[in-house]
Design a protein around this ligand. Structure first.
Ligand SMILES: Nc1ncnc2c1ncn2[C@@H]1O[C@H](COP(=O)(O)OP(=O)(O)OP(=O)(O)O)[C@@H](O)[C@H]1O
Ligand SMILES: [Mg+2]
Length: 367
């Protein structure tokens, strides 16, 4: 992919880019992470630094950048707090902004022949003119029993979606060198968590449930591959709204009160408890959709991420309602921590950092 306005070669599947920050631009905040590789043979990573910088309301709408300057400012503030010199960054687009498609092509083609074939095939799947899209592809695997063919994944997005994110980074003085897709980045970070499961989670049906500010994303993985994806309009904004109504607060006050737990006892019984019950019901419902639209009949583990996963006691409620072992993710468990990191705060922030972590890991892609 070639982005003319910024003269940057951007690819969804780009390979190694030496020093790289992972930057997740989301509706409620910018999350930024710097990792380093301590021991390549053992794949030991160190978390050097991270920042979560609030995003003003409406700067991002439905995953699209609505106000470039404001988003650029938030990125710049996050970068300042990082105390890093690295200026190359990996970004991601929301899944809804990217069309992905697996196609089967003859094996052993020359790169330019393959590119030509991908463009021809892509024309059928992409509802825009090809000169309006960023198109990228990657051979994903050989097909068992068909040595003459390989599976190729195509990823395509409207150019302006890519350019907006690149431009916001540019305003912040940073250079986007990798463009990923949010749920692929979460999947990359999830590899760190899967290793913590018995037999690395082999043959287990694993549901990743990300509950953010406005959307709940369900992704189901089986042996490292996505078998199901679904978004539901539900998230922490609902809780903030409820706090505003009940306690007559502004949205900023409600947001702060939610995080520092400064509300009275009836907040727990009248607001938080019902919210958690609704959340567990949303998860149950999402799983039912998964069962009815696939051949799967059970899920072995649920992993919760996103800002709402931080709510104390949520694991227990979801476990009880779904009857599935539920755990809040922490991709940093087996990482070394630089002495700039406060472990207790990191434990609270970890579930919000999956996408940024997966993006930061792109710096260590095998080339
Ligand atoms: N400590 C906390 N306790 C309770 N809720 C929290 C806490 N920290 C963050 N949240 C809530 O989590 C939500 C933000 O989560 P996250 O950063 O995962 O969302 P997002 O990625 O910006 O949103 P989306 O994915 O919906 O676009 C907000 O509603 C915020 O109020
Ligand atoms: Mg999110």
């Amino acid at each position: 992919m070639f982005n003319k306005s910024f003269d940057i070669h951007l690819t969804f599947f780009s390979t190694k880019s030496p020093q790289l920050l992972g930057v997740d631009i989301s509706s409620s905040s910018v999350k930024m992470i710097e990792l380093s590789m301590v021991n390549k043979a053992e794949n030991t990573l160190r978390l050097e630094s991270y920042a979560i910088e609030p995003m003003p309301k409406e700067a991002i709408l439905d995953g699209n950048i609505n106000n470039l300057e404001v988003v650029g400012d938030s990125i710049r503030r996050a970068w300042k707090r990082m105390g890093t010199r690295v200026k190359n960054i990996a970004l991601a687009l929301p899944a809804a902004a990217v069309i992905t498609k697996i196609i089967v092509v003859p094996a052993g083609q020359r790169e330019d022949d393959l590119a030509f074939q991908v463009e021809t095939e892509a024309n059928q799947y992409i509802p825009f003119a090809l000169d309006e899209v960023n198109l990228d592809f990657q051979v994903v695997r050989a097909i068992p029993d068909h040595p003459d063919e390989v599976e190729v994944m195509i990823a395509a997005s409207r150019k302006e979606k890519v350019e907006d994110r690149v431009a916001a980074a540019f305003i912040a003085g940073l250079k986007a060198t990798v463009m990923d897709v949010e749920h692929f980045a979460a999947q990359t970070a999830f590899e760190l968590i899967e290793r913590q499961l018995p037999e690395g989670g082999k043959d287990q049906v694993i549901a990743l449930v990300d509950i953010g500010a406005s959307i709940t994303h369900l992704n189901v993985l089986y042996n490292g591959e996505f078998v199901y994806t679904r978004d539901q309009p539900f998230g922490g904004d609902q809780l903030t709204q409820e706090i505003q109504n009940q306690f007559n607060l502004t949205s900023e006050e409600a947001e702060a009160a939610k995080r520092n737990g400064s509300l009275s006892e009836n907040f727990h019984t009248e607001v938080l408890q019902p919210f958690c019950e609704t959340l567990a019901l949303e998860v149950t419902r999402a799983l039912q959709f998964f069962f009815t639209s696939t051949q799967y009949t059970q899920v072995n583990y649920i992993f919760l991420s996103g800002g709402c996963a931080v709510i104390p006691g949520l694991e227990e409620i979801v476990t009880e309602r779904t009857q599935v072992i539920t755990q809040v993710v922490n991709p940093f468990i087996n990482m070394e921590l630089s002495n700039r990191i406060a472990p207790r705060q990191l434990k609270i922030d970890a579930p919000l950092l999956m996408i940024a972590c997966g993006l930061a890991m792109r710096g260590f892609d095998p080339s």
